[in-house]
Design a protein around this ligand. Structure first.
Ligand code: UDP
Ligand code: MG
Length: 332
């Protein structure tokens, strides 16, 4: 069986066309499938529409979060509740065309455990495109894990990979990084990313920046090393500066011959104080990012809270408590 998981946050305009196009595409797969929509705390109309879709086609299961938990958590929940032997992650807004999925399934049948999509083209503005490109190059440079350029969450995962990702206890979930970390046979499939079929992007700039920061800090400790190097470089520079100042004082007449005599250096002092102050704040900030993440991890909060579930096989009332509170990690 194949599971398609769809994170959804206020996607009222696109759900109907998504339902139709996905159902059309899935008909040609000739294998059983389920669609698992994870509703990330959408407003009431989206939920009503999801209910009616579930009534029309019970293969569409819906998990409803108690509030907005964010895209990466939504995808993680999808992976957790999916039952298929292969799991596909698809955005709700039809930017990832369902018609492409046949190629993913073929690649999976050839024995690849991870089939990820590489965007050859984007329909977003120049600024957003540049930022995306910059982010992926920077992540590639900083991270120890080879995370393929320009591949988002659109992918197919074998059951083996899904189980491994589900077993990862971290709170800061950067799914495409975790997917790359696992290894096995991974292959990319190129496709042209379409424009949004309707509605507004649910990823605000702030959310995108958070995703980028999560990606970098969850998959790399290089920034910490950069901070150390920076400290070393600046310390050695100031050592030479101190040495020079000392000589300047001691041999003032000689230095004065070359026009390097000691001067009342107000500007120099102000500049170096400000510069060093700035560097120290940045370094504290970098370290703070890691401390904050450690704090998140030690709290061991569940990743999400389920409000309702529409599932032909298990109704909400009979949901085990571990399903109501997603991934409540207990100390073994
Ligand atoms: N999404 C979500 N929770 C959020 C924001 C977005 O579940 O807080 C979903 C959204 O419904 C969509 C997918 O994540 O299916 C990608 O969002 P969007 O299209 O806004 O991002 P973009 O394609 O611009 O990266
Ligand atoms: Mg989108």
């Amino acid at each position: 069986m194949i599971s398609v998981i769809i994170p959804c946050y206020n996607e009222i305009e696109v759900l109907q066309p998504l339902f139709e196009r996905l159902t059309m595409a899935a008909a040609s797969w000739n294998r059983p499938y389920e669609v698992l929509v994870v509703d990330d705390g959408s407003r009431e109309p989206t939920w009503k529409l999801l209910q009616s879709i579930h009534e029309r086609d019970p293969r569409w299961r819906v998990v409803r979060f108690a509030r907005n938990f964010g895209h990466q958590t939504t995808v993680s929940a999808g992976l957790f509740y999916a039952r298929g032997d292969a799991v596909i992650i698809l955005d709700a807004d039809l930017q990832d065309p369902p018609e492409e999925l046949q190629r993913f399934i073929d690649k999976w049948q050839e024995g690849n455990e991870v089939v990820y999509a590489i965007r050859t083209q984007r329909k977003e503005g120049l600024l957003k495109r540049t930022l995306y490109a910059l982010f992926y190059r920077m992540l590639g440079w900083l991270s120890d894990v080879r995370i393929p350029y320009d591949s988002g969450d659109f992918c197919l995962l074998d059951r083996k990979i899904v189980d491994l990702i589900n077993a990862m206890p971290e709170q800061n979930r950067f799914v495409r990084g975790m997917r790359a970390w696992v290894g096995f046979r991974q292959v990319g499939v190129t496709y042209a990313r379409a424009a949004r079929a309707g509605g507004e992007p649910q990823y605000t700039l702030a959310k995108l920046i958070k995703l980028a920061v999560d990606g970098i800090f969850s998959f790399s400790t290089t920034p910490l090393r950069i901070v150390t190097y920076l400290g070393l470089i600046i310390s050695s520079l100031s050592f030479f500066a101190t040495f020079f100042t000392l000589l300047q004082r001691m041999f003032a007449p000689t230095f004065a011959q070359y026009g390097l005599g000691p001067v009342p250096g107000f500007a120099t002092i102000v500049m170096s104080v400000l510069f060093l102050g700035g560097i120290q704040l940045v370094c504290l900030g970098v370290i703070g990012e890691y401390v904050g993440r450690i704090y998140d991890e030690v709290k061991r909060r569940p990743l999400w809270v389920v409000r309702e579930m529409l599932d032909a096989e298990s109704d909400t009332a009979s949901l085990a408590s571990e399903h109501r509170i997603g991934r409540n990690w207990k100390a073994e």
